[in-house]
Design a protein around this ligand. Structure first.
Ligand SMILES: [Zn+2]
Length: 437
Protein backbone atom coordinates (compact mmCIF):
# COMPACT_ATOMS: atom_id res chain seq x y z
CA UNK A 1 0.00 0.00 0.00
CA UNK A 2 1.43 3.37 -0.98
CA UNK A 3 -0.25 6.64 -0.06
CA UNK A 4 -0.06 9.78 -2.17
CA UNK A 5 1.22 12.23 0.42
CA UNK A 6 1.77 10.42 3.71
CA UNK A 7 3.90 7.59 5.06
CA UNK A 8 3.78 7.78 8.89
CA UNK A 9 1.27 8.32 11.69
CA UNK A 10 2.05 9.09 15.33
CA UNK A 11 -0.59 9.63 18.01
CA UNK A 12 0.18 11.92 20.91
CA UNK A 13 -3.18 11.32 22.55
CA UNK A 14 -6.52 9.65 21.92
CA UNK A 15 -4.54 6.45 21.48
CA UNK A 16 -4.45 4.51 24.76
CA UNK A 17 -7.12 6.70 26.38
CA UNK A 18 -10.26 8.62 25.52
CA UNK A 19 -8.59 11.95 26.24
CA UNK A 20 -6.12 14.33 24.60
CA UNK A 21 -6.75 13.34 20.97
CA UNK A 22 -3.84 14.39 18.74
CA UNK A 23 -2.65 12.59 15.60
CA UNK A 24 0.30 13.61 13.45
CA UNK A 25 0.18 12.52 9.82
CA UNK A 26 3.63 12.76 8.29
CA UNK A 27 4.76 12.88 4.68
CA UNK A 28 7.86 13.81 2.70
CA UNK A 29 6.46 17.23 1.84
CA UNK A 30 4.17 18.08 4.73
CA UNK A 31 2.96 17.27 8.24
CA UNK A 32 -0.68 17.56 9.25
CA UNK A 33 -2.23 17.37 12.68
CA UNK A 34 -5.71 16.00 13.34
CA UNK A 35 -7.03 17.43 16.63
CA UNK A 36 -4.97 18.81 19.53
CA UNK A 37 -6.88 17.88 22.66
CA UNK A 38 -6.25 18.56 26.30
CA UNK A 39 -5.59 15.62 28.62
CA UNK A 40 -8.16 15.59 31.39
CA UNK A 41 -8.86 13.48 34.46
CA UNK A 42 -7.29 12.87 37.84
CA UNK A 43 -4.51 10.49 36.77
CA UNK A 44 -3.26 12.62 33.89
CA UNK A 45 0.47 13.14 33.91
CA UNK A 46 1.17 16.83 33.47
CA UNK A 47 3.84 16.17 30.83
CA UNK A 48 1.20 14.86 28.44
CA UNK A 49 -0.09 18.40 28.09
CA UNK A 50 3.33 19.59 26.96
CA UNK A 51 3.61 19.18 23.22
CA UNK A 52 5.74 16.21 22.14
CA UNK A 53 6.57 17.80 18.79
CA UNK A 54 7.64 21.16 17.42
CA UNK A 55 4.45 23.06 16.41
CA UNK A 56 6.44 24.96 13.81
CA UNK A 57 6.83 21.82 11.65
CA UNK A 58 3.05 21.43 11.34
CA UNK A 59 1.65 22.74 8.05
CA UNK A 60 -2.03 22.61 8.99
CA UNK A 61 -4.48 21.32 11.59
CA UNK A 62 -7.81 19.57 10.99
CA UNK A 63 -10.19 19.82 13.94
CA UNK A 64 -12.88 17.12 14.06
CA UNK A 65 -15.02 18.75 16.77
CA UNK A 66 -15.04 21.28 19.56
CA UNK A 67 -14.85 19.10 22.70
CA UNK A 68 -11.92 20.07 24.93
CA UNK A 69 -10.29 16.65 24.63
CA UNK A 70 -9.97 17.32 20.88
CA UNK A 71 -9.43 21.11 20.77
CA UNK A 72 -8.00 22.05 24.17
CA UNK A 73 -4.32 22.25 23.19
CA UNK A 74 -4.81 24.44 20.11
CA UNK A 75 -4.08 27.63 22.11
CA UNK A 76 -0.81 26.09 23.31
CA UNK A 77 0.06 25.25 19.71
CA UNK A 78 -0.51 28.89 18.72
CA UNK A 79 1.40 30.13 21.78
CA UNK A 80 4.38 27.96 20.79
CA UNK A 81 4.59 29.26 17.25
CA UNK A 82 2.12 27.39 15.07
CA UNK A 83 0.80 29.84 12.50
CA UNK A 84 -0.77 27.65 9.79
CA UNK A 85 -4.46 27.20 9.10
CA UNK A 86 -6.83 25.24 11.35
CA UNK A 87 -9.66 23.76 9.29
CA UNK A 88 -13.05 22.97 10.86
CA UNK A 89 -16.79 23.44 10.33
CA UNK A 90 -18.55 26.67 11.32
CA UNK A 91 -20.41 25.12 14.29
CA UNK A 92 -17.16 23.59 15.55
CA UNK A 93 -15.50 27.00 15.35
CA UNK A 94 -18.33 28.65 17.31
CA UNK A 95 -18.54 25.99 20.03
CA UNK A 96 -14.72 25.72 20.29
CA UNK A 97 -14.54 29.45 20.99
CA UNK A 98 -16.87 29.07 24.01
CA UNK A 99 -15.03 25.96 25.26
CA UNK A 100 -11.50 27.34 24.79
CA UNK A 101 -12.26 30.69 26.43
CA UNK A 102 -13.68 28.81 29.41
CA UNK A 103 -10.62 26.55 29.49
CA UNK A 104 -8.21 29.52 29.40
CA UNK A 105 -10.07 31.25 32.18
CA UNK A 106 -9.97 28.11 34.37
CA UNK A 107 -6.24 27.63 33.68
CA UNK A 108 -5.56 31.28 34.56
CA UNK A 109 -7.51 30.90 37.81
CA UNK A 110 -5.56 27.78 38.78
CA UNK A 111 -2.04 29.02 38.06
CA UNK A 112 0.07 32.16 37.73
CA UNK A 113 1.86 30.41 34.88
CA UNK A 114 -1.02 28.79 32.97
CA UNK A 115 -0.65 26.48 29.98
CA UNK A 116 -2.21 29.27 27.93
CA UNK A 117 -4.22 32.45 28.31
CA UNK A 118 -7.24 34.13 26.75
CA UNK A 119 -5.07 35.96 24.21
CA UNK A 120 -3.76 32.59 22.92
CA UNK A 121 -7.38 31.55 22.29
CA UNK A 122 -7.89 34.74 20.26
CA UNK A 123 -4.80 33.81 18.25
CA UNK A 124 -6.30 30.37 17.52
CA UNK A 125 -9.60 31.91 16.40
CA UNK A 126 -7.70 34.00 13.85
CA UNK A 127 -6.10 30.87 12.37
CA UNK A 128 -9.38 29.02 11.81
CA UNK A 129 -10.58 28.49 8.24
CA UNK A 130 -14.18 27.35 8.15
CA UNK A 131 -15.13 24.65 5.65
CA UNK A 132 -18.49 23.18 4.61
CA UNK A 133 -19.57 19.63 5.28
CA UNK A 134 -19.25 17.17 2.38
CA UNK A 135 -17.35 19.58 0.15
CA UNK A 136 -14.14 18.44 -1.53
CA UNK A 137 -11.35 20.94 -0.79
CA UNK A 138 -7.58 20.87 -1.10
CA UNK A 139 -4.62 22.08 0.93
CA UNK A 140 -1.03 21.88 -0.35
CA UNK A 141 -1.93 19.07 -2.74
CA UNK A 142 -3.95 17.07 -0.19
CA UNK A 143 -7.65 16.55 -0.96
CA UNK A 144 -9.80 16.79 2.13
CA UNK A 145 -13.46 16.54 3.08
CA UNK A 146 -15.46 16.90 6.33
CA UNK A 147 -18.22 14.28 6.71
CA UNK A 148 -21.10 14.46 9.23
CA UNK A 149 -20.17 12.54 12.40
CA UNK A 150 -23.24 13.20 14.61
CA UNK A 151 -21.96 13.39 18.23
CA UNK A 152 -22.26 17.20 18.76
CA UNK A 153 -23.16 20.02 16.33
CA UNK A 154 -20.34 20.59 13.85
CA UNK A 155 -18.62 17.25 14.56
CA UNK A 156 -16.97 15.70 11.53
CA UNK A 157 -14.94 12.78 10.31
CA UNK A 158 -12.13 14.02 8.10
CA UNK A 159 -10.78 12.50 4.87
CA UNK A 160 -7.21 13.48 3.98
CA UNK A 161 -6.54 11.85 0.60
CA UNK A 162 -6.89 8.08 1.19
CA UNK A 163 -6.87 8.38 5.01
CA UNK A 164 -9.99 8.96 7.13
CA UNK A 165 -10.14 9.97 10.79
CA UNK A 166 -13.49 9.13 12.39
CA UNK A 167 -13.27 11.75 15.16
CA UNK A 168 -15.91 10.99 17.81
CA UNK A 169 -18.85 9.26 16.15
CA UNK A 170 -22.43 9.82 17.22
CA UNK A 171 -25.35 7.43 17.19
CA UNK A 172 -27.59 6.44 14.33
CA UNK A 173 -30.69 7.37 16.31
CA UNK A 174 -29.50 10.60 17.98
CA UNK A 175 -32.65 12.59 18.65
CA UNK A 176 -31.15 15.87 17.40
CA UNK A 177 -28.13 15.16 15.23
CA UNK A 178 -27.90 13.64 11.80
CA UNK A 179 -26.41 10.18 11.55
CA UNK A 180 -22.71 9.83 10.70
CA UNK A 181 -22.23 9.79 6.93
CA UNK A 182 -18.82 8.49 5.90
CA UNK A 183 -18.18 7.60 2.29
CA UNK A 184 -15.36 6.50 0.07
CA UNK A 185 -12.93 3.67 -0.19
CA UNK A 186 -10.19 4.91 2.12
CA UNK A 187 -7.02 2.84 2.41
CA UNK A 188 -6.45 3.79 6.07
CA UNK A 189 -9.01 4.52 8.80
CA UNK A 190 -8.32 5.79 12.31
CA UNK A 191 -11.39 5.07 14.42
CA UNK A 192 -12.50 5.86 17.96
CA UNK A 193 -13.63 3.05 20.29
CA UNK A 194 -15.19 4.74 23.35
CA UNK A 195 -18.02 2.18 23.22
CA UNK A 196 -16.20 -0.36 21.04
CA UNK A 197 -17.18 -3.28 23.26
CA UNK A 198 -20.63 -1.99 24.07
CA UNK A 199 -24.14 -2.36 22.65
CA UNK A 200 -26.66 0.39 23.41
CA UNK A 201 -29.76 -1.39 24.63
CA UNK A 202 -32.25 1.48 24.55
CA UNK A 203 -32.90 4.13 21.92
CA UNK A 204 -31.76 7.62 22.94
CA UNK A 205 -35.31 8.95 22.51
CA UNK A 206 -36.99 6.35 24.75
CA UNK A 207 -38.91 8.43 27.30
CA UNK A 208 -39.82 5.73 29.83
CA UNK A 209 -37.03 6.40 32.32
CA UNK A 210 -37.43 10.17 32.22
CA UNK A 211 -41.21 9.86 32.56
CA UNK A 212 -40.82 7.76 35.69
CA UNK A 213 -38.44 10.31 37.23
CA UNK A 214 -40.71 13.30 36.50
CA UNK A 215 -43.73 11.45 37.88
CA UNK A 216 -41.80 10.68 41.05
CA UNK A 217 -40.64 14.27 41.50
CA UNK A 218 -44.20 15.58 41.05
CA UNK A 219 -45.30 13.22 43.81
CA UNK A 220 -42.56 14.28 46.24
CA UNK A 221 -42.67 17.98 45.23
CA UNK A 222 -38.89 17.95 45.12
CA UNK A 223 -36.18 18.88 42.65
CA UNK A 224 -34.97 16.59 39.88
CA UNK A 225 -31.35 17.68 39.56
CA UNK A 226 -29.91 16.56 36.20
CA UNK A 227 -26.13 16.56 35.84
CA UNK A 228 -25.38 17.21 32.17
CA UNK A 229 -22.48 18.52 30.12
CA UNK A 230 -23.00 22.04 28.81
CA UNK A 231 -22.44 21.05 25.19
CA UNK A 232 -24.98 18.68 23.66
CA UNK A 233 -26.09 16.66 26.72
CA UNK A 234 -27.94 19.62 28.32
CA UNK A 235 -29.71 20.46 25.06
CA UNK A 236 -30.54 16.79 24.48
CA UNK A 237 -32.07 16.46 27.95
CA UNK A 238 -34.13 19.60 27.36
CA UNK A 239 -35.40 18.22 24.03
CA UNK A 240 -36.42 14.97 25.70
CA UNK A 241 -38.19 16.88 28.47
CA UNK A 242 -39.97 18.98 25.83
CA UNK A 243 -41.15 15.82 24.09
CA UNK A 244 -42.30 14.36 27.40
CA UNK A 245 -44.23 17.46 28.47
CA UNK A 246 -45.79 17.91 25.01
CA UNK A 247 -46.98 14.32 25.08
CA UNK A 248 -48.05 14.31 28.74
CA UNK A 249 -49.16 17.87 29.67
CA UNK A 250 -49.90 16.71 33.22
CA UNK A 251 -46.12 16.36 33.69
CA UNK A 252 -45.45 20.04 32.95
CA UNK A 253 -43.23 21.49 35.72
CA UNK A 254 -40.65 24.32 35.61
CA UNK A 255 -37.25 23.56 34.06
CA UNK A 256 -34.22 25.66 34.97
CA UNK A 257 -30.77 25.47 33.43
CA UNK A 258 -27.90 26.62 35.58
CA UNK A 259 -24.70 26.52 33.57
CA UNK A 260 -23.35 29.70 31.97
CA UNK A 261 -21.68 27.68 29.23
CA UNK A 262 -24.85 25.70 28.43
CA UNK A 263 -26.79 28.96 28.07
CA UNK A 264 -24.19 30.22 25.56
CA UNK A 265 -24.32 26.91 23.67
CA UNK A 266 -28.15 27.10 23.58
CA UNK A 267 -27.70 30.20 21.40
CA UNK A 268 -25.40 28.25 19.07
CA UNK A 269 -28.02 25.49 18.76
CA UNK A 270 -30.37 28.18 17.47
CA UNK A 271 -27.73 29.60 15.12
CA UNK A 272 -26.91 26.16 13.68
CA UNK A 273 -30.43 24.72 13.58
CA UNK A 274 -29.93 23.47 10.00
CA UNK A 275 -27.54 20.86 11.41
CA UNK A 276 -30.33 19.48 13.61
CA UNK A 277 -33.16 17.07 12.84
CA UNK A 278 -35.49 19.34 14.78
CA UNK A 279 -35.16 22.76 16.35
CA UNK A 280 -34.70 22.82 20.14
CA UNK A 281 -37.46 24.74 21.91
CA UNK A 282 -35.85 26.73 24.72
CA UNK A 283 -39.08 28.49 25.75
CA UNK A 284 -39.64 26.25 28.79
CA UNK A 285 -36.28 27.16 30.34
CA UNK A 286 -36.39 29.56 33.26
CA UNK A 287 -33.06 31.11 34.12
CA UNK A 288 -31.83 30.91 37.69
CA UNK A 289 -31.03 34.39 38.86
CA UNK A 290 -30.71 33.83 42.60
CA UNK A 291 -28.23 32.00 44.74
CA UNK A 292 -29.45 29.38 47.14
CA UNK A 293 -30.56 30.44 50.55
CA UNK A 294 -32.76 28.85 53.19
CA UNK A 295 -36.00 30.18 51.71
CA UNK A 296 -35.19 29.07 48.15
CA UNK A 297 -34.12 25.68 49.40
CA UNK A 298 -37.38 25.31 51.26
CA UNK A 299 -39.23 26.35 48.14
CA UNK A 300 -37.19 24.21 45.83
CA UNK A 301 -37.27 21.12 47.94
CA UNK A 302 -40.70 21.25 49.50
CA UNK A 303 -43.22 23.42 47.70
CA UNK A 304 -43.03 22.92 44.01
CA UNK A 305 -41.75 20.11 41.88
CA UNK A 306 -39.13 21.33 39.44
CA UNK A 307 -36.27 20.25 37.22
CA UNK A 308 -32.80 21.74 37.28
CA UNK A 309 -30.22 20.94 34.58
CA UNK A 310 -26.70 21.85 35.63
CA UNK A 311 -23.11 20.92 34.83
CA UNK A 312 -20.75 19.18 34.98
CA UNK A 313 -22.19 15.87 33.88
CA UNK A 314 -19.87 13.82 36.07
CA UNK A 315 -20.33 16.22 39.02
CA UNK A 316 -16.61 16.95 38.93
CA UNK A 317 -17.04 20.73 39.16
CA UNK A 318 -19.28 23.58 38.09
CA UNK A 319 -22.54 24.97 39.41
CA UNK A 320 -24.03 21.55 40.09
CA UNK A 321 -21.90 21.29 43.26
CA UNK A 322 -23.78 24.16 44.94
CA UNK A 323 -27.13 22.64 44.05
CA UNK A 324 -26.03 19.20 45.17
CA UNK A 325 -24.99 20.51 48.55
CA UNK A 326 -28.45 22.00 49.02
CA UNK A 327 -30.50 19.14 47.61
CA UNK A 328 -28.61 15.95 48.57
CA UNK A 329 -29.69 15.85 52.25
CA UNK A 330 -33.43 15.65 51.39
CA UNK A 331 -35.10 12.45 50.29
CA UNK A 332 -37.72 14.19 48.15
CA UNK A 333 -35.05 15.16 45.60
CA UNK A 334 -33.44 13.04 42.88
CA UNK A 335 -29.99 13.39 41.34
CA UNK A 336 -30.11 12.06 37.78
CA UNK A 337 -26.83 11.48 35.92
CA UNK A 338 -27.60 10.64 32.29
CA UNK A 339 -24.25 9.43 31.05
CA UNK A 340 -20.97 7.66 31.51
CA UNK A 341 -19.27 8.35 34.87
CA UNK A 342 -15.48 8.04 34.90
CA UNK A 343 -13.68 6.31 37.71
CA UNK A 344 -12.60 8.84 40.33
CA UNK A 345 -15.35 11.41 39.68
CA UNK A 346 -17.84 12.47 42.34
CA UNK A 347 -20.67 11.37 40.02
CA UNK A 348 -19.31 7.82 39.99
CA UNK A 349 -18.98 7.84 43.76
CA UNK A 350 -22.53 9.14 44.26
CA UNK A 351 -23.89 6.47 41.91
CA UNK A 352 -22.65 3.93 44.49
CA UNK A 353 -24.95 5.58 47.07
CA UNK A 354 -22.63 6.37 50.01
CA UNK A 355 -24.27 7.66 53.19
CA UNK A 356 -22.05 10.76 53.15
CA UNK A 357 -19.73 12.44 50.71
CA UNK A 358 -17.18 15.23 50.91
CA UNK A 359 -17.58 18.52 49.08
CA UNK A 360 -14.57 20.79 49.52
CA UNK A 361 -13.93 19.08 52.87
CA UNK A 362 -17.52 19.57 54.06
CA UNK A 363 -19.33 16.34 54.85
CA UNK A 364 -22.74 16.17 53.18
CA UNK A 365 -25.42 13.59 53.94
CA UNK A 366 -26.86 11.83 50.93
CA UNK A 367 -30.57 11.15 51.32
CA UNK A 368 -31.80 12.03 47.84
CA UNK A 369 -32.03 9.21 45.30
CA UNK A 370 -29.24 8.91 42.72
CA UNK A 371 -30.10 7.45 39.32
CA UNK A 372 -27.68 6.85 36.47
CA UNK A 373 -29.05 6.80 32.91
CA UNK A 374 -27.15 4.89 30.26
CA UNK A 375 -29.14 5.36 27.08
CA UNK A 376 -28.20 8.98 26.44
CA UNK A 377 -24.64 8.52 25.23
CA UNK A 378 -23.56 10.54 22.20
CA UNK A 379 -21.04 7.88 21.10
CA UNK A 380 -21.70 5.11 18.58
CA UNK A 381 -21.72 1.54 19.89
CA UNK A 382 -19.89 -1.46 18.43
CA UNK A 383 -22.43 -2.19 15.65
CA UNK A 384 -22.55 1.45 14.63
CA UNK A 385 -18.75 1.71 14.56
CA UNK A 386 -18.46 -1.45 12.45
CA UNK A 387 -21.09 -0.17 10.00
CA UNK A 388 -19.21 3.13 9.75
CA UNK A 389 -15.98 1.27 8.89
CA UNK A 390 -17.70 -0.79 6.21
CA UNK A 391 -18.96 2.40 4.54
CA UNK A 392 -15.70 4.33 4.87
CA UNK A 393 -13.05 1.83 3.79
CA UNK A 394 -12.09 -0.50 0.99
CA UNK A 395 -11.82 -4.20 1.84
CA UNK A 396 -8.04 -4.45 2.34
CA UNK A 397 -7.81 -1.19 4.30
CA UNK A 398 -5.59 -0.70 7.34
CA UNK A 399 -7.73 0.11 10.40
CA UNK A 400 -6.15 1.72 13.46
CA UNK A 401 -8.12 1.81 16.71
CA UNK A 402 -7.74 4.56 19.28
CA UNK A 403 -9.71 6.75 21.69
CA UNK A 404 -10.86 4.00 24.05
CA UNK A 405 -10.05 2.32 27.33
CA UNK A 406 -7.96 -0.86 27.03
CA UNK A 407 -10.77 -3.42 27.27
CA UNK A 408 -13.05 -1.55 24.87
CA UNK A 409 -10.26 -1.23 22.31
CA UNK A 410 -9.16 -4.85 22.49
CA UNK A 411 -12.69 -6.19 22.25
CA UNK A 412 -13.44 -3.84 19.35
CA UNK A 413 -10.25 -4.88 17.53
CA UNK A 414 -11.39 -8.51 17.61
CA UNK A 415 -14.73 -7.62 16.11
CA UNK A 416 -13.07 -5.52 13.36
CA UNK A 417 -10.79 -8.45 12.50
CA UNK A 418 -13.80 -10.73 12.31
CA UNK A 419 -16.17 -8.47 10.39
CA UNK A 420 -14.14 -5.87 8.46
CA UNK A 421 -10.43 -6.59 7.94
CA UNK A 422 -7.62 -8.64 9.40
CA UNK A 423 -5.34 -5.65 8.77
CA UNK A 424 -6.17 -3.84 12.03
CA UNK A 425 -4.12 -2.71 15.02
CA UNK A 426 -4.29 -0.60 18.18
CA UNK A 427 -2.76 2.87 18.36
CA UNK A 428 -0.23 3.46 21.10
CA UNK A 429 0.89 6.79 22.52
CA UNK A 430 3.99 8.10 20.70
CA UNK A 431 4.53 4.98 18.59
CA UNK A 432 5.16 5.70 14.91
CA UNK A 433 3.15 3.59 12.48
CA UNK A 434 4.39 3.02 8.95
CA UNK A 435 1.62 3.70 6.43
CA UNK A 436 3.74 3.35 3.34
CA UNK A 437 4.66 -0.33 3.28
ZN1 LIG B 1 -16.31 14.41 21.69
Amino acid sequence: MKLKNFNKLISFGGADTVTGSCHLLKGERLNLLVDAGLFQGGDVKVHKNNLSFDPKVIDGVFLTHAHLDHSGLLPLLAKKGFSGPIFCTQATRDIAEVILLDSASLLQKKSDDPLYRTQDVQRVMNLIEVVDFEKEESFKGVNFKFHHAGHIPGAASVSLDEVIFSGDLGRRDDILLKRPSPSGDHKVAIIESTYGAHHHRLAQGDLQELKGLVERIIKTQGTLLIGAFSVARSQMMLSLLNRLMNEFPELEIPIAMDSPMALKVNGLYQKHKTLLKEEVDFSRVVEIKHTWDESTRQKKSHNQANILISSSGMVSGGKILTHLEELAPYKENILFLPGFLSEGTLGRKLSERPEHFLLESREIELHCDVVQGLQYSSHADQNELIDWLKLATRSEALVLVGHGDKEEKEEFLKSIQKEVTKNAALLEFGVEIDLGC
